[in-house]
Structure formats: structure tokens, C-alpha cells
Design a protein. Sequence first.
Length: 217
Amino acid sequence: MLCKHGCGKDAVYKDRCDKSSNKCPAIRIKNAEGLIRARLEGRYKGNQGHRGWNKGLTKETDERVKRTAEKISKFQKENSTWKGRHHSEETKKKLSELRIKFLEENPDKVPYLLNHSSKQSWPEKIFQNALTENDIKGWVPDFRCGIYEYDFAFPELKIDLEIDRETHQQEKVKKIDERRDKWTKNNGWTIIRYSAKDVRKDIDRCIKSLQEKLTGY
């Protein structure tokens, strides 16, 4: 008999694959999916309104916090069930697919767009004016592709043109750009980037560089 939760494993405890339902892969995926949706839809409140006794304290400043931390660390080391309690690669892949599907169906919930202004930056305005003045055709500003939005795009040529502000030098933003670029390239697009600093300093050189790249298409 198989587990009633549909994970595909044999039922070894009554009608479940494990004594604890929370250890069943199917249940873990279902719970994680619910948490992702709650966070993206703004329904997740966490521990709002509850102030823990140890809030603001550290093990360096409070003996109780130190003792508690030591007990937890000791328990985790002595109990093998706490070791390796991570999602499997299969579960991670499933959660990633669910998240992408949700964001594609609800583009207004994309975290990047929720936390960034929809207004063009000054370097983007400079670049757009230069595109118009140099009679460059075929581009579209703020072009949506999947869950991402490109600063400028040449849809027919599948070229994504980005104007990177100083924040793109931050490690966190670099990782976001890497994921974004990987998805974009996998979907057949070419990415061209210019820094906001270069645009402000010498827009003519940027436009000349773009024109040279476009001649190859």
C-alpha cells in the first residue's frame, strides 16, 4: 500500500510513509507551496504582534540566551534526525516551478517589481532620448518578458538592453542579475548592458557601440 498523501512511497506507518506527516515529501511540498503563496500574496504575518522574551538580547549579553543556544546546539548534534533536514533537489525544483508559475500568472506579485519604482531612471531617460535622436528603430521601453521587465528591448531581434545603476554592483543584486540573465539567454535573447555612469558620462559612445552591435543582426 502506498502513502495516502501521494508521495509514491510505501506506507510503513498505518497509511503514511512516516510516523510524522511533516516528513512526507508530498506534505512538505504542499506546506511550502502554501507558505510561498501566502508570502507573495501578502497574507503571511509571521510572528507580528508577538514580542519574545529574548528580543534584542544576544548570547554575549544575556546568560539565559547563551544557555538556551548551547542546549539547542547540543540537542541538534546529538540527534541525527535534525541533521540534513533540507529539501531534496527534486523538492527544490518543484517549489521553483510552482513559484515561477505563480509569478507568471500574477505578474503584479513579482518581488522585484514590488520593490522597485516603475518610473524611468534619469540615465534611462537619457538613453531613450538618444535612441530617438539617432533614429534607431524597433525598440520598446519597459518590455515584459516572462516574469521579468527589460529596460529596453528589440523584440524582433530578441535583444535585451539594460542600463545598470550603481546598485547592480551589490552582491545580492548580482545574484539576481545572474538568475535573470540565465533565464533570458535560455529563452534565446541576447543581453547588452551599459552602466548608468557610462550613459551619463558619454552617451554618444554608448549609442555608437549599440549601433555597431545592431549591424550584426
